[in-house]
Write a protein that binds this ligand. Structure first.
Ligand SMILES: Cc1ncc(COP(=O)(O)O)c(C=O)c1O
Length: 392
């Protein structure tokens, strides 16, 4: 059996653990399309965020919806994270099943089946929290737990996004009071996430918008405090505002997700130092192969809609400086293919590998079963995307 076949057998047996390849595989020998993680860049991103937030007196609560990988979650906790976030109950089950502790579910639950599963999962972990934004959700959670359970509850606060969260101050206070009073539930605090601000062009624009929203959250914190419901945890924020929201006094920890990988959508938002948001390195890429040339002036690679999430534009060749107009241009050409059109660059020859920065990391990751983890240009480990498809 080849080293690769052995590794895949090992992965199938324990799809939550890293598999070390018996022999490193050169990237050019990987079957494509392949999701490649540069371990060095990933580790530097993680350390940079942790050190930055700690220096500002804030905790890091990374969002695992980005990576869906228990190996990465364990590394984030080992790096000093106060906990991890997941978007959905099924992701929480995958993470807790892999021994990941201190999980916060950041979407509300309004059905008995999921509330029951959360109650059960809370008995298998030292700390499991979930957000709530309705009386119905709170009632279902209270009905699902036993009096001696300790399922944590945070009230999700919506200031302006209009996606999830309670907006009225009376509702927020009522939910916090209800969570405090319910046997088996523990009131842990509030969440506020402003996804509409994360990708705004220009740091100054993001700063003004984000701090204005947090000022409203601070008023809600005051209101809760006045009612004897001061939130021990105020969690929120994301990669696009991490260095802005760390100024917010009431915020205790940041739910940063994409920074571990970076994607094209984030590279272009502009940073403190210029038009590129370059605080974090591009650690994630998709490797493809040039497989066909139906006519001159065009080459087809073996990655299309099944290799890249297409909600944020086209993939960009890895290594191209922002705005560079001298690389080949990628256009989606169906589920399995993309075509490269020349600009200044010459087209790749058949069989040549082409690596891309992904347009949007989270939904791209959800298209793959594992990361090829590389160091020094060689794939050395496979890390499973255990929570792939866990969208409920
Ligand atoms: C509730 C919540 N928190 C945090 C994040 C992480 O955001 P980012 O990937 O921009 O860091 C997201 C992403 O959508 C989110 O929905």
């Amino acid at each position: 059996m080849t080293a690769l076949a052995l590794a895949l057998r090992e992965l199938a047996a324990r799809p939550w653990q890293a598999v070390v390849l018996a022999e490193p595989v050169p990237l050019d020998a990987l079957p494509t399309p392949a999701l490649v993680l540069d371990e060095g860049a990933f580790e530097r991103n993680l350390e940079r965020m942790q050190v930055f937030l700690a220096a500002h007196g804030k905790g890091m609560r990374p969002h695992a919806k980005t990576h869906k990988c228990p190996v990465i979650a364990h590394r984030q906790l080992a790096a000093g994270a106060v906990g991890i976030c997941v978007a959905k109950v099924s992701e929480a089950a995958a993470m807790i099943g892999a021994g990941v502790d201190r999980v916060l579910v950041t979407s509300p639950v309004v059905d008995a089946a999921r509330a029951g599963l959360l109650a059960e999962l809370s008995r298998r972990s030292t700390a499991l929290d979930v957000v709530v934004d309705s009386a119905r959700g709170l009632e279902l959670l209270a009905a699902a737990v036993r009096p001696d359970d300790r399922l944590g509850v945070l009230v999700d606060v919506d200031v302006a996004m209009g996606r999830t969260g309670a907006r009225e101050a009376d509702t927020i206070v009522g939910l916090a009071a209800g969570a405090s009073a319910a046997p088996g539930l523990v009131y842990r605090g509030i969440q506020h996430y402003a996804g509409q601000v994360m990708h705004l062009d220009g740091r100054d624009v993001r700063r003004e918008r984000s701090l204005a929203l947090w000022a409203r959250v601070a008023e809600i914190v005051e209101r809760l405090r006045a009612q004897g419901l001061e939130p021990p945890v105020v969690t929120g924020a994301g990669t696009g505002t991490y260095d802005i929201d760390c100024e917010v006094a009431c915020l205790t920890d940041l739910q940063v997700g994409s920074f571990v990988f970076m994607d094209q959508q984030y590279r272009v938002i502009g940073g403190a130092a210029g038009p590129e948001f370059a605080d974090f390195e591009v650690a994630l890429s998709v490797l493809t192969t040039a497989i066909s040339q139906p006519r001159s002036g065009l080459v087809t690679v073996d990655g299309g809609y099944k290799a890249f999430a297409a909600d944020a534009g086209a993939p960009v060749i890895l290594g191209a400086p922002l705005g560079a107009n001298d690389r080949c241009e990628y256009r989606f050409a169906g589920d399995e293919h993309g075509v490269l059109l020349p600009r200044g660059d010459t087209l790749p020859a058949l069989g040549e590998r082409v690596r891309f920065v992904v347009p949007h990391c989270d939904p791209t990751v959800n298209l793959y079963d594992w990361y090829w983890v590389c160091r020094d240009g060689m794939a050395r480990e496979i890390w499973p995307i255990t929570a792939r498809g866990c969208s409920w």
